[in-house]
Ligand binder design. Sequence first.
Ligand code: NAD
Length: 475
Amino acid sequence: MRTIIVQTLNRQLVNGRVQQAHGQDRQAVTSAITGEQIAEGVLGDATDANLAVEAARQALPAWSATTLDQRREYLQKLADSFAARREEMIDALVEEFGTTTATAAYIVDQSRDWFVYAQKLLIEDTFTEQVGRATVHKVPVGVAVLITPWNGASWFIAMKASVALAAGCTIVIKPSERGIWQAQPVLDAFADAGLPDGVVNVVFGKGDPVGNILTAHPDVAKVSITGSTATGKIIAHNGVDTMKRVTLELGGKSPTIILDDADLSHAVPFAVQAGLFNNGQACIAGTRILIPHSREQEIKQALADAVAAMKVGDPRDPDTIVGPVLDRDQYDRVQHYIQAGVDEGGQILVGGLGHPEGLADGNYVKPTLLTATNDQTIAREEIFGPVLAVITYRDEDDAIAIANNTPYGLHAYVATGDVQRGQRVARRIQAGRLMINEIVDAPDAPFGGFKQSGLGREFGHHGLAAYLETQAVFS
Ligand code: NAD
């Protein structure tokens, strides 16, 4: 019998020390590539959560009193510390959640860059201004809890931590329990950066109990979460008794509208990239592709051809475009939705149930396009895998009505031969970010959702403001 010895991941960062979790809850950590167990994660408990908040509370007065120059220096140390762990972070992302090496490198480089961008936000005018007789000060809100998902742990953690620390808040980070492997080098990068004890704390744990304790804790002033809409609602409830400030970055079911004047040689790769980035495991994915009735057959064929041409396989292979999904649960979830699409009358244009040929090990799924109407399950619910619903519309007004007929409002994409028309259409869509003909990387422009995609905005000045309270002083 083969004995597999797996590593135990039971470290937390509390009050400047890397220490073992008090919690004893264990769970398997698996590779997306092989499906095999690669480690055992130990999750924190109520004691771990309370200790982390206490450390952040004690560190707050000194940290919030640091000068902007001092904070800039510490942010640079964090950027350097993340850079030093670049390769480890990339490998961990690829192994645990199956994103390609190229995408992982992009995610990790931007994780480091968040600490550089945050330094540029630290200008005196942001923190003090004169309004009539009032001197208006922006002060750190207090201890902030940062809760992150598994689809690129380092990116979400760095994005939130960089502005929270820049604002003068001390933080408790709770990475996803489904992303423990990816979060290990991130924990090390924080531990190595040499910030004062208690300024950054990292605890692992599930929503219950650790997440619930952190987000209801009376000493916590602010919670920022990126996760599902269901979790965001629980967190908003948890925080209401102590009136916590919340930033909620939640789910999406974003539309990509291909207008009837679109050049398909451009529109089809744009729609496919918007839908299948990160193996479809992206909140901003354009998972409903809306196509005009007048060009229905031509566009369906072009979309199917483009998806069929994408190489599915080992995410470490440079030719791979679509790797595996996170774990067995995610695989089953994707299969469930493909089946639901078929059961409700959808036609599979490409892909379908089961593993792709030759990829029976690991969590590989077939990138799938299914026809749907906007009231069907696959057009309404977030799948979080490479499955896209293709929906036919009659005319421009119908396209906009379909795009808006969703509880979500995170992103939208418009493909058109006429940019001004694209802008007119995009502005009628209820979503936080609207991309016309190209996917733009804009870490300084506001990011966030309308409707049940969330509350508040992140990135740039908008992101920093979410960690500041406003005080008007009259004298
Ligand atoms: P999830 O909601 O299951 O978990 C997210 C985080 O919330 C995890 O750390 C989890 O432990 C924590 N959590 C769960 N219950 C909690 C509770 N009661 N109290 C406190 N914390 C709790 O989401 P996931 O599966 O990790 O990530 C996928 C989801 O995240 C998708 O819905 C996706 O759209 C969304 N997402 C949104 C964005 C965005 O920017 N809007 C980005 C990426 C992912």
